[in-house]
Ligand binder design. Structure first.
Ligand code: GLU
Length: 337
């Protein structure tokens, strides 16, 4: 007797990005953000018919933009849509989000901290538009669907799949403008790989993904407070610190000079900001290593940014401020997450 096995059900949420982009020609690998067009998740699937062999796919259009256009309000909207899908369809095995690579790591980390679901959530993108010769969109999509469909992917937090590699949302950083292997988890490495013979995990992230469960309770209409990033360089002064505060920043992330020290004049402005009640996190502009709890940070009430990139630290701080956490609780978040 022939046994037919049904394929796992996956929701494919479209936000746009390079994977959903058509260039002006098959050699347009560069100008498509401004001169090309975006296609829907249904049209993406028409170009990747093999996807139907991996999963039973439901397409969910959400946005159709480059990820440079996405904002924290979109993150909350996306979280709400995922929760809705999970509620409506308990049989859903996972969600794959087609996303531009530019801010993919930020959306992934936000969802990792704020989602409370049992199903697998995978973000995927591409470095070459789906219309380009040698596009990576096709196999990246297949890889993401395979990961989302695999029961071994559950309970590992939000995942990012690109170039056959599986990354943890907290660790992954876009590290190259045009190379296909752009996503790297520099200090702690990838979680696993998706190869022709299946999905293979090699490690887990051993960090708290939802401190106190508070971020998961933030309402969908949350407007996160302004948190700005200040990139240090030799001779940087108070200009941008003061501009951020004038714009109403409640938090500042110093992307300082490694090992995590702002330029001198900038430093004085940050200390003045602290006195005005602005939360300051010290990160580093280098792409590897921790900013440790040095005496100067502890004595001045500056939050050590641990190994977080400035853009991830911004999310952790903005959510912490939204949840009304105390200084000690904010410090604990950066230590434990
Ligand atoms: N990779 C870019 C993104 O993050 C492409 C920008 C665009 O398509 O507008 O979406």
């Amino acid at each position: 007797m022939e046994v037919t096995r049904s394929l796992p059900r996956i929701a494919l949420i479209g936000t746009g990005g390079t994977m959903s982009s058509l260039g002006t020609s098959s050699l347009d690998l560069m100008d498509y953000p401004e001169y090309g067009t975006k296609i829907s998740p249904d049209e993406v699937l028409q170009r990747v018919p093999e996807a139907a062999q991996v999963a039973d796919i439901q397409t969910v259009p959400f946005r159709s933009v480059g990820s440079t256009a996405l904002t924290p309000a979109d993150w909350f909207g996306l979280r709400a849509r995922i929760r809705e899908l999970a509620r409506e369809q308990p049989q859903l095995a996972g969600v794959v989000i087609v996303h531009g690579t530019a801010t993919l790591e930020e959306t992934a980390f936000f969802l990792d901290l704020t989602l409370d679901l049992d199903l697998t959530v995978v973000l995927v993108g591409a470095q070459r538009p789906i219309s380009a010769v040698g596009t990576d969109a096709t196999m990246n999509l297949i890889g993401a669907l395979r990961v989302a469909a695999d029961p071994a992917s559950r309970g590992r937090g939000v995942l990012v799949v690109l170039n056959d590699e599986i990354h943890a949302a907290r660790d992954v950083v876009k590290a190259s403008t045009l190379r296909l292997q752009t996503f790297r988890s520099a200090d702690f490495g990838i979680l696993g790989v998706v190869d022709p013979d299946g999905v293979h995990f090699y490690r887990r992230v051993d960090r708290d993904r939802s401190p106190h469960g508070l971020f998961r309770q933030l309402p969908d209409d949350t407007v996160v407070p302004r948190v700005d990033i200040l990139y240090s360089y030799a001779g940087a002064d108070e200009t941008f610190v003061e501009a951020a505060i004038a714009k109403g920043a409640r938090g500042l992330i110093s992307a300082g000079l490694a090992p995590g020290i702002p330029a001198k004049a900038e430093h004085a402005a940050l200390l003045a900001a602290l006195k005005q009640g602005v939360a300051v996190v010290q990160c580093s502009r280098s792409s590897s290593g921790r900013v440790a709890a040095r005496r100067h940070l502890r004595e001045n009430g500056i939050i050590p940014g641990s190994d977080f990139s400035p853009q991830k630290a911004r999310i952790l701080l903005a959510l912490g401020l939204s949840a009304g956490l105390s200084h000690e609780e904010l410090v604990a978040n950066f230590t434990q997450c």
